[in-house]
Ligand binder design. Structure first.
Ligand SMILES: [Zn+2]
Length: 237
């Protein structure tokens, strides 16, 4: 399966309960389908809410997005047949979300909004909420940069974000393993509590997780418990 299809499969399950995001995602998708939507209203939502920035990315990507397999090339694109919508897409991506996308017109009357910068593509994948694909993407990127012996200035925020996601991915693998072996139920209540929370919120920060815990616990306490869960899962082998 293609890299793009993997991302689409992964984010189809990312649903937001927020009304603002559902609307933004739907309008964003319509934008790629050349529909006439209220662009000013859409921009107001995106300007106001960070959650809606992610919803916008999901909408346009599900509508007509493509990310080329990073083994081949760094390339992200969104297409639309409407010039007006193409300009709106470019404006929102660049001026409201912070990308540096470019626009070109293919001869068959198709407008292509594209990004070639690998850091920005990484940012796009993380906005999409495709955490598994982001991990794959980052691994390939590291391999490629070692191979090419290029010192890439990985943008600090992206690097930190990807570190957080890698950690969460390991925690979720451990939790799934315990579950599969029937050991999750038998964990001490405090560990089981955090395991279920992490599983439910794979991309939540430790600090936010700590606020959801049944007992009063700090961010480092949450980290300690998650490490313990990984240890227990590793010791099952
Ligand atoms: Zn929203």
């Amino acid at each position: 399966m293609s890299f793009s299809q993997n991302i689409k499969d992964e984010i189809l399950n990312v649903k937001s309960n927020r009304k603002c995001c559902s609307k933004v995602q739907r309008d964003a998708e319509l934008l790629t389908e050349n529909e006439d939507i209220n662009i000013q209203e859409l921009k107001r939502y995106i300007k106001k809410n960070n959650c809606c920035k992610k919803a916008f990315l999901r909408g346009i990507f599900l509508g007509s997005g493509c990310i080329v397999d990073p083994n081949t090339d760094y390339h992200f694109e969104i297409t639309t047949k409407s010039k007006k919508n193409a300009n709106a897409l470019l404006d929102i991506l660049n001026n409201l979300i912070g990308f540096e996308a470019k626009l070109l017109k293919r001869n068959n009357n198709l407008y292509v909004i594209y990004i070639k910068d690998s850091d920005q593509i990484s940012m796009a994948i993380s906005y999409l909420g495709a955490n598994k694909a982001l991990l794959t993407y980052e691994n390939i990127r590291v391999e490629r940069s070692i191979k090419n012996n290029i010192n890439r200035n990985i943008n600090c925020e992206t690097a930190n974000m990807s570190k957080t996601i890698t950690a969460a991915y390991k925690q979720i693998k451990a939790i799934e393993k315990l579950e599969k072996e029937g050991k999750l139920e038998r964990l001490p209540a405090q560990l089981k509590d955090i395991a279920l929370l992490r599983k439910k919120h794979p991309d939540m920060s430790l600090e936010d997780l700590s606020k959801l815990c049944n007992d009063k616990i700090t961010k480092s306490g949450v980290n300690h418990r998650l490490k313990k869960i990984i240890d227990i899962a590793n010791n099952l082998d």
